[in-house]
Write a protein that binds this ligand. Structure first.
Ligand code: URA
Length: 262
């Protein structure tokens, strides 16, 4: 074999390996250099039961520092095209807050405001969530907030199973890095999706559950609470149970007696 054909053989093998790796990341086509040069979390396929449907890959960041590990996960997501939600979104809404938070809130998916600003729960529902967090004696930057899917579903519809399946490995990786003691599942979609349980949220809320070995408290979504203020009281009871578990003492919001967030 000539030197040139050896060189071509090596290039072909390297390109094949690159495309295989890309495929594992859910990417298609030849990568652009800067994106591909960024450090990415490893994506490991899961060995599935012989009869099971294909299982989503596990995303494993290399960094041990949680902030760096979250950056790696975000880098791996890149300009994601793994599901059809990429078509209508402005940007990926990754998640926000403390990388070592004891408490994590998980909503459904970005709405219009979140899609535009790139941060979860920044619209009207987010303002109520901020009040709920404050009533627990915490600040938005002391917890971690994420969603089941990271891209806005068209017209704010529920995320579909293929979209959840494409996005969940990244949420799982975030949870594994953050290691919260408690997850609050906000609303039907988050609770039913995380817990793989179709029980209505009216029956699920207020009862401790578990996700990946972490305690989960399902409660009402703040957007629902804005439409149904009478449900704020039970939602506050759910948050009080969370506070008890985390040994948190509520700070009465300025000029407001301790109790349900207004
Ligand atoms: N509703 C959600 O479920 N998540 C957001 O980020 C905003 C609104």
């Amino acid at each position: 074999m000539t030197e040139r054909s050896e060189e071509v053989g090596r290039l072909v093998a390297a390109t094949r390996a690159l495309l295989r790796f890309q495929g594992q990341l859910g990417l298609q086509g030849v990568p652009v250099a800067p994106e591909f040069m960024a450090r990415r979390a490893r994506v490991e396929p899961v060995v599935s039961e012989p009869t099971a449907a294909p299982v989503a890959p596990v995303v494993v960041p290399a960094a041990t520092d949680p902030v760096q590990a979250l950056v790696e996960i975000r880098t791996t997501i890149g300009d994601c095209k793994r599901c059809k939600l990429c078509r209508g979104r402005t940007q990926v809404v990754f998640g926000t807050g403390l990388a070592t938070a004891r408490l994590m809130f998980i909503g459904e998916g970005p709405g219009r405001d979140e899609d535009l600003q790139g941060e979860p729960f920044v619209g009207a529902a987010g303002q109520l969530l901020d009040k709920m967090i404050a009533a627990m004696g915490l600040g938005r930057r002391e917890v971690y907030i994420a969603n089941i899917v990271k891209c806005r579903p068209p017209k704010n519809r529920d995320p579909e199973p293929d979209e959840v399946a494409a996005c969940e490995p990244f949420l799982k990786a975030q949870i594994r890095v953050i290691k919260p003691e408690v997850i609050v599942a906000l609303g039907r979609c988050a609770a039913q999706t995380l817990l793989r349980d179709p029980t209505p949220i009216t029956r699920m809320r207020g009862h401790w559950r578990e996700y990946q070995g972490i305690a989960v408290m399902p409660t009402y979504h703040p957007a629902y609470l804005l439409r149904s203020p009478s449900e704020k009281r039970p939602a506050w009871e759910d948050l009080k149970a969370v506070m008890k578990r985390l040994n948190l003492t509520p700070l009465p919001p300025k000029g407001v007696a301790p109790g349900a967030p207004k």
